[in-house]
Each structure stands twice: as structure tokens, then as C-alpha cells.
Design a protein around this ligand. Sequence first.
Ligand code: NDP
Length: 444
Amino acid sequence: MSYTEEIYERVVAQNPNEPEFHQAVKEVLDSLKVVIDKNEEEYRRLSILERLVEPERIVSFRVPWIDDKGTVQVNKGYRVQFNSAIGPYKGGLRFHPTVNQGILKFLGFEQIFKNSLTGLPIGGGKGGSNFDPKGKSDREVMAFCQSFMTELCKYIGKDEDVPAGDIGVGGREIGYLYGQYKRITGLYEGVLTGKGLNFGGSLIRTQATGYGLVYILDEMVKAHNDTLEGKTVIVTGSGNVAIYAVEKATQLGAKVVAMCDSNGYIHDPDGIKLDVVKDIKEVKRGRIKEYADRVPGSTYTEGTGIWNIKCDIYLPCATQNELALDAVKTLVANGVKYVAEGANMPTTLDATEYLQEQGILFMPGKAANAGGVATSALEMSQNSMRLSWSAEEVDARLKEIMVNIFKKVSEAADRYDLTDNYVVGANIAGFEKVVDAMKAQGIV
Ligand code: NDP
């Protein structure tokens, strides 16, 4: 059995009931096989893969808080500090009822390679809670965030571990978390990113993941002598990543015709009116179905099936495993040409393979959505220097980072004669830097 296969079996045996973590590890190990095979003896001797798949530390804790009825609620809290070979742990916090340790391990594992691809000095981590902010009052969200941070603050710091937002954690939650960190520690430091602009946040951080996704998509499209101009696009989700992907894709001349939330999807053949979506989602915290009530000519469909709408480009920006084999078969039959993942691991393994077999150009999340964490690292730099860059400056840096990621990913794929296989390219390019650092730092 090859070293990569052995490690995959070990991960499955030692981490039961964590299917998303197994899936993320399998995708990476399958890609790395060509690299590992060339130098298997050395990787085995140093137990590189055993160390790579084992988090350096996982903190798990109780989060008690009091709801508006005066009842004591208890949630689970976690921080997975996966790998600090190239910098302090960096990765978001997710607040969603589906959160468990396995999901956070998959996200933390992906984050190692993503952060490496940005070229910035940040290690991989992820955290969160099974708390559901949906339907909670502002006071309840604040009470939860304060309790969560009261425990988490013992394990994070500007040079140790710097969390950010993810699903269910936006500007409001980061604000409450930051306030509590400052109150307990007395430190005004860049311990979280995604902060408000008047207390250390960076311009463009809110837009960064969505904009970055479209910047790298644009590079991929241009590399195949094509253009975004006039393309029909579907963006799934209607959260932070989705909204700003729609904004940038529209600015670059594409037409986004559909978006969704977890209840259903909207179709607007004339092109999504983003100001209406922003009002529903960012201001009123409402449901996407309200769009069809407000925009004549658009329709709302309850449930899944957004992929049945014809498009040239599909950008899954909602959640893991949202895009399965049946759906991609429909997309391909309808002529899709490009898929780029705004979300983390939104495409199942068999669906990814099918897209690649059919010659559809596919950019995986660890490259495509790296703009968010890259801009978080730019926020850390600004905090350390105690200054703020202009929106133009941050945006220019973000674009440069995404262009460089595209180059690294394509070059790595080319080096192994796997041109246009961006999955393999991203995993290899991300892995190489981390492994060099791990080797140099000895057995730790
Ligand atoms: P948000 O919470 O802002 O938005 C998530 C969106 O996805 C919501 O519209 C939500 O709908 C929808 N959604 C969730 N589950 C489903 C589902 N099963 N079917 C359809 N729609 C669903 O999160 P983000 O935009 O921040 O994150 C989205 C993805 O991008 C995640 O995978 C995240 O890990 C990844 N990501 C985020 C980054 C960031 O900077 N924010 C950086 C890199 C990756 P509803 O409101 O109904 O739940």
C-alpha cells in the first residue's frame, strides 16, 4: 500500500464519525501522491503525513449563556489549531447548528494549504460553535459571544492564533467577541480580523472573499482565451461570500441570474439586483424569497435545484457538499464551462471528478476563496503597523495575491504534467511550503 493510502486508512480508523474530515484528507492525499511517491522514504522517515493530518491542538469547551426568557442555554465551543509551521494559526469561526469537531477539523485542514497559497505567514486553524444566531435577538447574540470569548481568549493572541468570521459570524459577532477579549485581557491588539473599520478593521475585508473568487476566476477564464464579459453566472448562497462575488462578477461584465439560501432559490433572467439582495440579507436579515416579491420578472422556488438553471459559470458559495454528482451532470448537460468554489469543499469528490473528466475548468476553494484570509492577513499587518491602507491599496494587493495564487496553482499542475488540474496544483503548491517549514523546524 502506498504511504498516502496508509495515512488515509489511519485517518479513517483514528477519527471515526468525521466524514467531512476524511473527505478533505482524501482529496489532499490523492493529489499529493505524485509528490510523495518521488521521495517516499524521506517523508516516511520524518512521519510528515502523520504529523500533517493530526491537529497540533484542539480546545473544546462549554459555552453557557442566558436567553431572553431567562433560561440558561449551553452550547459547545471549539478551536482547532491545526498547523503553525508557517505562522500563527489563522482561520474563521463558524456559528451554525451543524458545527461539530469533524467539520472544524476539515475546515482547519483545508485552511493550512489555503493560507500557504496566499504567500503570507499564516498557519491553519478553525473554530466555532453549534450556536445558531438565526432568530436570536442582538442581546442573545452578544451574551453568547461574550461567553464564548471568555473561554477562547485563553488560547488566542495576535502572534498565536487570530480567528475571523465564517458562516454565522459577521461584523456584529466579531464586534462583540472583540469587545469581550479587550475587556478581559486589557489588550487592544489585532487578535481578530473582520473588525469594524473604526476599531482596526481593514477596508475591503468584507468584500475580499467574493472579490478574490472572481479575480481568480477571471485569471482562469483569460488563461483559456475567454472573457467574463456576457457570461451567465449562478452564485449559490446569499451570504458574505455570495453577495460580493455577485458584485464583482457584475462589475466585470457577467450577468448573475440566480442565488439561494437554505430555503430556496431565486431566478432573475434580467440579472440579480444586488441592492435588493443586500437590503434583504445585510440590513433586514430576511429570506431570499422576499426578492421575488420585490422584483417583477423574477421567480422563487422553494427547495434545492438551482443548478437546473442554464449557466456558463457556476460559483458555489454556500456550504460544504452542496454540489453533488446529479447536479453537476445537469450543469454539464446545460453547457457549464467553469466552476470555482467560493465555499469550502462545496463540491463532493465524485462531482469534482466528473467535472474534471468532462473538461470543465474547476478551481477548488482552497485557492479560489483564499482572498478572505489573505485580506485578514493584510488586516493583521495594518494592525501591527498601527495604520490603515486605502480601499484601492488593499484591493490592489488582494488582486495581486489572487493572480499569484493562480500562477502557483497552474505552475504546480504543469510541473507534474497535469495541466489545468487546479485541484492537484493547489494541493501541491500549498503543501510544498508547509512541508519545507516542517522539515526545517525538526520533529515538533
Ligand atoms: P454566510 O453565513 O454569510 O452565508 C452563508 C449562505 O449560504 C447563506 O445565504 C445561507 O443561507 C446559505 N446556505 C447555508 N447552507 C445552505 C444550504 N445547505 N443550501 C443552500 N444555501 C445554504 O457565510 P459566508 O458567506 O461567510 O460563507 C459561505 C462559505 O464560504 C462557507 O463554506 C465558508 O466556510 C466559506 N468561506 C467564507 C469566507 C469568508 O470570508 N466569509 C472565507 C473563505 C471561505 P441561510 O441564511 O438560509 O442559512
